[in-house]
Design a protein around this ligand. Structure first.
Ligand SMILES: Nc1ncnc2c1ncn2[C@@H]1O[C@H](COP(=O)(O)OP(=O)(O)OP(=O)(O)O)[C@@H](O)[C@H]1O
Ligand SMILES: [Mg+2]
Length: 257
């Protein structure tokens, strides 16, 4: 297509005039729709059976999150924050309602699709770092790439890049027990991002860090968000961490509040 005297003229020799333009516009609109609704919860509930009666961990939650947003999920203990994150991670299924991420319907996806989703599109950072203790920092970071079958040399090079990003190059060969809490958590961030996921989930990523290390990890998460490397959903009890996010999603008793 090129512009001629203020009008778009279609030069595609295969399609008749105008039709190609229509297709392009339609595809663009479809991409926009998908992008705008990257994460959507529609009337999602999660009820856990329990000896003392059912626990309503999520009650009719509807929510949309645009791609690239840095969101903080906040609220008192037991209000359903981890439940929401587990559902987004495809680690748990809703009792009712629909969840879609990037066009994939998590509530109806089969186990193969969910495994592929977790391996390719998702990064997860936990409160307790959970690095593998027998592996060095760089070995921990390259692991997701080796698991998906990348060549060892490529995996090592990419892991080194990620350690650079989180400021851990000098600690690449340290084992977790030789690292500080902040270093371990930064290594965990590097590992969660190494395969370029479109969605990064973090459950209290600064919960076990002192204030200096918490600030460094937060700064790193903000950098990831500002470069739009991934949509970032972080559960936190920390007001500083919540303030660092672009959007806050407060919860109370299984609902958005
Ligand atoms: N596997 C389970 N079986 C039964 N009840 C559960 C289960 N997991 C969570 N719950 C209950 O669901 C509710 C929500 O739990 P959830 O872990 O989502 O809370 P949270 O907001 O993450 O809390 P915290 O801030 O303490 O981590 C709680 O009442 C909890 O006891
Ligand atoms: Mg929790």
């Amino acid at each position: 297509m090129r512009e001629q005297s203020g009008r778009f003229v279609d030069n595609d020799p295969i399609l008749p005039l105008g039709q190609h333009t229509e297709v392009v516009l339609r595809e663009t609109r479809r991409a926009e729709n998908l992008a705008v609704r990257m994460i959507s919860f529609r009337h999602v509930s999660r009820v856990y059976p329990s000896p003392g009666g059912e626990v309503h961990a999520l009650r009719d939650v509807s929510l949309e999150i645009a791609p690239g947003t840095f969101c903080a999920v906040t609220g008192p203990s037991g209000c359903g924050k981890s439940t929401l994150l587990n559902l987004l991670g495809g680690l748990d299924q809703p009792t009712s309602g629909e969840i879609s991420v990037d066009g994939l319907a998590l509530h109806s996806a089969d186990e193969n699709a969910l495994t592929a989703y977790r391996r390719e599109r998702l990064g997860i950072i936990f409160q307790f770092f959970n690095l593998l203790p027998a592996m060095t920092a760089i070995e921990n970071v390259e692991l997701p790439l080796l698991l998906r079958g990348d060549r060892a040399r490529d995996a090592r090079a990419r892991a080194a890049e990620m350690l650079e990003l989180v400021g851990l190059t000098p600690r690449a060969d340290a084992f977790p027990h030789q690292m500080s809490g902040g270093e371990m958590q930064r290594a965990a961030v590097a590992r969660a991002l190494v395969h370029r996921p479109s969605l990064l989930l973090a459950d209290e990523p600064t919960g076990n860090l002192d204030s200096d290390n918490a600030a460094r990890v937060l700064e790193l998460l903000q950098k990831i968000a500002s470069q739009r490397l991934a949509t970032l959903i972080m559960v936190t009890h920390s007001p500083e961490a919540a303030a660092a996010a672009e959007r806050r999603i407060p919860m109370m008793d299984g609902r958005l509040s």
